[in-house]
Design a binder for this molecule. Structure first.
Ligand SMILES: [Zn+2]
Length: 314
C-alpha cells in the first residue's frame, strides 16, 4: 500500500471541512468558498476513489476524463514515487459498513469519539478498519497538499460532510483543519429525501443521527476550529455569512464569494443536478408547501427537539 512521503510539501495546505447532513447546501457553500483567490473548492473529494468512471466533475467530464483530475493524479503519483495513480485504487475514502444502521459503536468509532490519535494508532494494530482509516486520512492530506500547490491556494475545501472523515482528518493535522458545520432546517432536508422516495420516519431519523454523530465527534475539537453556519442565512444574506466565514478562516473577504459561478471549476459535487439548475443563490424552501401535516407531525415527534435546538421554530 502506498505511504506518504515525508518531504517539503507536507503540512502545506489548510483544510476547510464542510460537515453536515446530506442536502444541507454544501455544494453551494463549496462553490462560494472556491471563488476566493486563496481557496480551492474540491467538492466531495471521497468520490474520487468511489466513482471515478461515472461521477461528473463540474466541468462536465467524468473524473477519469477530466484533464484537471488527470493532472492531479499525475502529480500525486510523483509525490508517492509511483509511475501512475488510478483513482479507483487510490484510497481517499473508506466506508465502514452501513454506518447509519449500526446499533453499537465499533473500535474505530470509539477511537474517533475519544479524539486521541495515539489511541487510534494503537487500535490500528488490532483493527484493519482503523488502519485503513488512518491511511485514508494520510492519502487525503497528501492529495490536499498537491491540489493546494497546483491551485496556488492556501486552503482546500472538502465537502464530504461525514463525521468520521472529519474527525480522522482533524486528528491527522489538527492545526491545519477548520470545520464549517453547515446546518439546515431538518424539515427541508427530509422533504428533499421524500422527493427521492424515502419515508419521513426514515429521513427524520437519519437527519437526527447524522447531526448527533457530528456533535459528538466535535466535542473533543476546540471551539475555535469550528464555525456553525446556517444554510438559510447563506441564502438570505450571503455577504454577511461569507464575511463571517472569512474572519473565521483569517482570510480577507472577497466580494466574489457571494457569486455562483462554476464556469472554471473542477468540483466533484454530491449532487450533479445542482450545476444544471442553480444560476444564482436562491433559498429552497419547497418543504413548506410539500410536507403534509401528517409528515410534519412525524418529523416533530422524531427530530423536533433537535430542530428547535438549532433555532428552527414551528
Ligand atoms: Zn473537471
Amino acid at each position: 500500500m502506498a505511504s506518504v512521503k515525508s518531504d517539503e510539501m507536507l503540512e502545506q495546505s489548510q483544510l476547510i471541512y464542510i460537515a453536515g447532513a446530506s442536502h444541507s447546501g454544501s455544494t453551494l457553500l463549496d462553490l462560494l468558498l472556491g471563488n476566493h483567490s486563496a481557496i480551492s473548492g474540491m467538492g466531495e473529494i471521497h468520490r474520487l476513489s468511489l466513482q471515478p468512471e461515472t461521477r461528473l466533475c463540474s466541468c462536465g467530464e467524468t473524473i477519469n476524463n477530466c484533464p484537471y483530475w488527470n493532472k492531479i493524479a499525475h502529480l500525486t503519483a510523483i509525490e508517492f514515487g509511483l509511475p501512475i495513480i488510478k483513482w479507483e485504487e487510490f484510497c481517499v475514502t473508506h466506508i465502514v459498513g452501513t454506518k447509519y444502521l449500526r446499533k453499537f459503536p465499533t473500535a474505530l468509532d470509539l477511537g474517533l469519539i475519544a479524539g486521541q490519535m495515539s489511541l487510534l494508532k494503537i487500535g490500528s494494530f488490532l483493527s484493519s478498519d482503523i488502519k485503513k482509516y488512518i491511511n485514508m486520512a494520510a492519502n487525503s492530506w497528501l492529495l490536499f497538499d498537491v491540489i493546494a500547490k497546483v491551485q496556488k491556494a492556501s486552503y482546500v475545501v472538502d465537502s464530504t460532510k461525514s463525521a468520521g472523515r472529519m474527525k480522522v482528518l482533524y486528528l491527522t493535522r489538527p492545526k491545519n483543519t477548520r470545520i464549517i458545520y453547515l446546518v439546515r432546517d431538518g424539515r427541508a432536508v427530509t422533504a428533499s429525501a421524500i422527493r427521492r422516495g424515502q419515508q419521513m420516519s426514515q429521513a427524520a431519523k437519519l437527519w437526527q443521527r447524522v447531526n448527533k454523530n457530528l456533535l459528538l465527534m466535535m466535542r473533543t475539537i476546540p471551539q475555535e476550529s469550528i464555525l456553525t453556519v446556517f444554510y438559510e442565512n447563506i441564502c438570505r444574506n450571503p455577504e454577511r455569512e461569507m464575511r463571517k466565514i472569512s474572519a473565521f478562516l483569517n482570510a480577507p473577504y472577497e466580494s466574489i464569494m457571494t457569486k455562483l459561478n462554476i464556469s472554471k471549476t473542477h468540483n466533484i459535487p454530491g449532487n450533479p443536478m445542482l450545476f444544471e439548475r442553480e444560476q444564482e443563490i436562491q433559498i429552497d424552501e419547497r418543504w413548506k408547501s410539500q410536507l403534509t401535516s401528517f409528515e410534519l407531525k412525524i418529523f416533530d415527534d422524531i427530530a423536533g427537539n433537535l430542530n428547535r435546538h438549532f433555532g428552527y421554530e414551528n
